[in-house]
Design a protein around this ligand. Structure first.
Ligand SMILES: Nc1ncnc2c1ncn2[C@@H]1O[C@H](COP(=O)(O)OP(=O)(O)OP(=O)(O)O)[C@@H](O)[C@H]1O
Length: 226
C-alpha cells in the first residue's frame, strides 16, 4: 500500500500571526519504496512524521494510506488504521522496562487482540532477523542502545505495516551502529513492501534510501532519486 500526503498544511499560532510548519506539502511513497527526509532543526521533519503517522491532524490536506483517506474517518477509525497499517520507529524506542525483548514485540499483537501462536512465532522471527535471536529473554536494562533500537524496529514491523515511519531512528547510536541499524530498517521495510519514510540529518544515511527529500521551512526543497 502506498502513503500519500496531499497538499498538507500545518500551522500554529505565533503571537498575532501564525507560523506555518508544513506548507502545502505533497508526497507519495510507493509500496516498498524508501524515502529519506533531511532538513535543519525546526524545518518540519517531525511534524511530517506525526501527520503521516496519523498522530497529528493537518490543518489542510489529506493523508491517504492504501487509498484510505484518514481525514474522512472518525477518531476510532483513525486509531485503528494507525494500529493496523502503520509502524513507527522512534528516536528512542521507549521500551517497557519489565518486558523481555520478545514481549516488547508481542505486545503489538496483544493490543490488536491477536496474540496467538502465529504472532508469537512472528515476533521471534522478526527479532531473529534483526540479530537478536539470542537476546529474546533480555530486558531493556540488559540490552545495548543498538540492541534496544533493533527491538524497536522489530516492534514497528510486527503488525505487518503498509507504512513505516522512522524519526531519527539512529540518533542515539554511534555512526557505525547507526548505519547498521538504518540498513536493517531499510532492508526489512523493502522486504515487507512498506512505504517508508526515514528522517535523518545524516546525508550519508539519506543516500541509502531510494529517494531523498530536503525540507526547509515546511517546504520540499530538493527531491532526488539516489
Ligand atoms: N504544537 C506546536 N506549537 C508551536 N510550535 C510547534 C508545535 N509543534 C512544532 N512546533 C515548532 O515547529 C517547528 C518544526 O518542528 P519539527 O519538530 O517538525 O521540526 P524538526 O525538523 O523535526 O526539528 P528537529 O530536527 O529539531 O527535530 C519547530 O520550530 C517547533 O518548535
Amino acid at each position: 500500500m502506498s502513503l500519500r500526503l496531499e497538499n498538507i498544511t500545518v500551522a500554529v499560532p505565533d503571537g498575532t500571526t501564525r507560523r506555518v510548519l508544513l506548507d502545502r506539502l505533497d508526497l507519495e511513497v510507493r509500496p516498498g519504496e524508501t524515502v529519506a527526509v533531511t532538513g535543519a532543526s525546526g524545518s518540519g521533519k517531525s511534524t511530517l512524521v506525526a501527520v503521516a503517522g496519523l498522530l497529528r491532524v493537518p490543518d489542510e490536506g489529506r493523508v491517504l494510506i492504501g487509498g484510505t483517506d484518514a481525514g474522512a474517518l472518525k477518531d476510532r477509525g483513525r486509531v485503528r488504521l494507525r494500529r493496523d497499517r502503520v509502524g513507527i520507529v522512534f528516536q528512542s524506542p521507549n521500551l517497557l522496562p519489565a518486558l523481555t525483548a520478545r514481549e516488547q514485540v508481542e505486545v503489538v499483537a496483544h493490543v490488536a487482540g491477536n496474540l496467538d501462536a502465529a504472532a508469537r512465532a512472528r515476533a521471534v522471527d522478526l527479532l531473529t532477523r534483526v540479530g537478536l535471536a539470542d537476546r529474546l529473554d533480555a530486558r531493556p536494562a540488559e540490552l545495548s542502545g543498538g540492541e534496544r533500537q533493533r527491538v524497536g524496529i522489530a516492534r514497528a514491523l510486527m503488525n505487518e505495516p503498509s507504512v513505516v515511519l522512522a524519526d531519527e531512528p539512529t540518533a542515539s547510536l554511534d555512526p557505525e551502529r547507526g548505519q547498521a541499524v538504518l540498513d536493517l530498517l531499510l532492508d526489512e521495510a523493502r522486504r515487507v513492501g512498506a512505504a517508508t519514510v526515514v528522517v535523518t540529518h545524516d546525508p550519508d544515511q539519506a543516500a541509502r534510501a531510494d529517494r531523498h527529500l530536503h525540507l526547509s521551512q515546511g517546504v520540499v526543497q530538493v527531491g532526488s532519486r539516489t
